[in-house]
Structures are given as structure tokens and as C-alpha cells.
Ligand binder design. Structure first.
Ligand code: ARG
Length: 295
């Protein structure tokens, strides 16, 4: 008997068109500037992802891409957002530093309750994922442990530090996907023993991924409570998700894998912004509304 299907919750995602996407430098082990990106294909893959979110009933807002920032498409790294409070990221590498300004502008022009900028290196939802009434906070490669206390103070949620140990899984969202308040899937081999013990306690029924699945970015997944967007190659995990009442949807993001990213990296969940107060432009801001169709 198939399990009862889960219920999706409407989300509001912030994304950035990959107009200037390229692999021009190497700041993680996946990036090789000698291996070219097919820009047209990257745009098509990204547009498919945007259309899918809209077909699923979610809102997608777009931030204007800026030339010279080839990784700006990875919106998840730009901020942590909880309940209309925003902590804009501070990137570890100088190559990405200016992305913070572009995203800060987007947030400050809108009606968020509070917009602050991180004082410590903090790569947003790449490393910080809300779940179980907590913030799961990765460290080891990008986000500094000192950022965790800052997050707790601004966003008002207790932070659980999870140390990553394998450079191929340099952001938390490459090694763990939150599926619900008490559900997750992750690759244990990406974490130190203390983090593994914490994850076992928090998510005793977690789906555990194998190394090859994690290396194919199967954990860089986006879940709305019911649908799980993940790479089409993740057939074993997809079957296990189905057994639990989720609806896996395979989306090819192969061009972005060349930069060390996939669907989740391209998607900043504006947690808490889909219900309740919608995100609007401030009245004193004269900029074009950005929720136009991506195509
Ligand atoms: N090239 C980018 C970097 O190394 C990829 C970021 C991927 N984003 C993510 N959330 N894992 O910073």
C-alpha cells in the first residue's frame, strides 16, 4: 500500500538568472576553469527549475544578476532568512564578496522586518538551514563558528553547529537536505563524529545517502513539504522518498555541478514569507517589480 502523500506548503524563493554564470576561478574542488560551461544550457536548466517552482504554486522573485559575479546564480548563499528577518551573508572568498551588496540592495528595498549584514563569514542557506525549531549551521570550510552566535542573536533561534570535514562537501547544503521539521536526508561521511551524533539525535529516521549520491549532489535538494526537487540520477533516494509519501522530481542541473552547485544552491527560501505578510517593495523605492516571468 502506498503511503499517504505529504502536504506541500507554499514557498517564496529568491533566485538569480545565470546570465553571467561561468567557472572563471576555483574556490571548491568541483570547479575547473579549464572545463567550460555551456551557458545556453545553464540558462535552460535554470529556467526549467523556475518554471517548475511556479507550476508547483510557489512564488519566485528574481534579483538582477551583475556582470563579473559568475557565482551570483547561487542565491542560497546570499542570506539567512527567518520570519522576515534577514542576515545578509559575508562571503569567504573575495571573488564572491560583491554578491552581498547586490543581495543586500534587494532585501533593503523590500518590506522585511529587519535586514542586517553578517560581521563574520557566513554563506547563508549554503550553511544555515532551519529545521526542528533550530538553525542547523555548517562550518569547517565557509561559515565561521563565530557567525553561529551572530545568527542566534539576530534570528532568535538556537543554533546547532555541524562541522563538515570533506572539502567536496564544503557547504552544509551539499551534504544535508531538510525534508521537514524532524526529517532530513544526509551523507554521514561529510561530517565529524560530533556532528554525526547530533544528526542521529535530531533525525533518528533520516534517509542516509551514499557517497556517490552525495557526489552527484542528490542532497542539494529542495523540499516544499511534499515535492522534493533533486537530480534525476538519484533514483535510489527518490524511491525511498516515495516510500515516505514524498513526490521526488528529477531536475537536471549538470551545468551548475561544474561550479559545485545544483537546485538548492540556486534557491534561497525566504522562510516564512509565503504566508502572512507578503514581501513587497518599499513605497519609497523606485525599482521595477521583479516577479515577472523568468522566460
Ligand atoms: N561556486 C560556488 C562556491 O564555491 C558554488 C556555491 C554553491 N552553493 C551552495 N549553496 N552549495 O561558492
Amino acid at each position: 500500500m502506498s503511503p499517504a502523500l505529504r502536504t506541500a506548503r507554499k514557498r517564496h524563493y529568491l533566485m538569480c538568472r545565470p546570465t553571467y554564470f561561468a567557472v572563471d576561478y576555483a574556490i571548491n574542488p568541483w570547479m575547473d576553469p579549464a572545463r567550460p560551461v555551456d551557458s545556453a544550457r545553464a540558462v535552460r536548466q535554470w529556467e526549467r527549475l523556475v518554471s517548475l517552482y511556479r507550476e508547483l504554486g510557489h512564488s519566485v522573485s528574481l534579483v538582477e544578476p551583475r556582470p563579473g559575479l559568475p557565482d551570483m546564480v547561487f542565491a542560497s548563499n546570499a542570506a539567512s532568512v527567518v520570519d522576515q528577518r534577514v542576515l545578509v551573508s559575508r562571503f569567504r572568498h573575495p571573488e564572491r564578496a560583491a554578491e552581498a551588496d547586490a543581495y543586500r540592495q534587494w532585501f533593503t528595498e523590500r518590506t522585511f522586518r529587519r535586514v542586517a549584514t553578517a560581521g563574520h563569514v557566513n554563506e547563508g542557506q549554503g550553511d544555515i538551514l532551519p529545521a526542528a525549531g533550530l538553525l542547523l549551521a555548517g562550518t569547517g570550510f565557509r561559515t565561521e563558528p563565530a557567525a553561529h552566535a551572530e545568527l542566534q542573536a539576530l534570528l532568535g533561534l538556537p543554533v546547532v553547529t555541524l562541522t563538515l570535514t570533506d572539502p567536496r562537501f564544503y557547504h552544509l547544503d551539499t551534504a544535508l537536505a531538510v525534508l521537514g521539521e524532524t526529517e532530513a536526508m544526509y551523507y554521514p561521511g561529510a561530517f565529524d563524529p560530533a556532528a554525526r551524533a547530533t544528526l542521529e539525535a535530531l533525525f533518528p529516521d533520516a534517509l542516509l545517502a551514499e557517497r556517490a549520491e552525495a557526489e552527484a549532489f542528490a542532497l542539494n535538494a529542495v523540499c516544499d513539504g511534499r515535492h522534493v526537487v533533486l537530480p534525476p540520477s538519484a533514483v535510489r533516494l527518490a524511491a525511498q522518498l516515495e516510500e515516505r509519501g514524498f513526490q521526488p522530481i528529477g531536475v537536471e542541473m549538470s551545468e551548475f555541478l561544474k561550479a559545485g552547485g545544483a537546485a538548492k544552491c540556486c534557491t534561497l527560501d525566504l522562510h516564512g514569507c509565503a504566508e502572512g505578510e507578503p514581501v513587497r517593495l518599499r513605497r519609497d523605492t523606485e525599482v521595477a517589480e521583479d516577479t515577472r516571468e523568468a522566460a
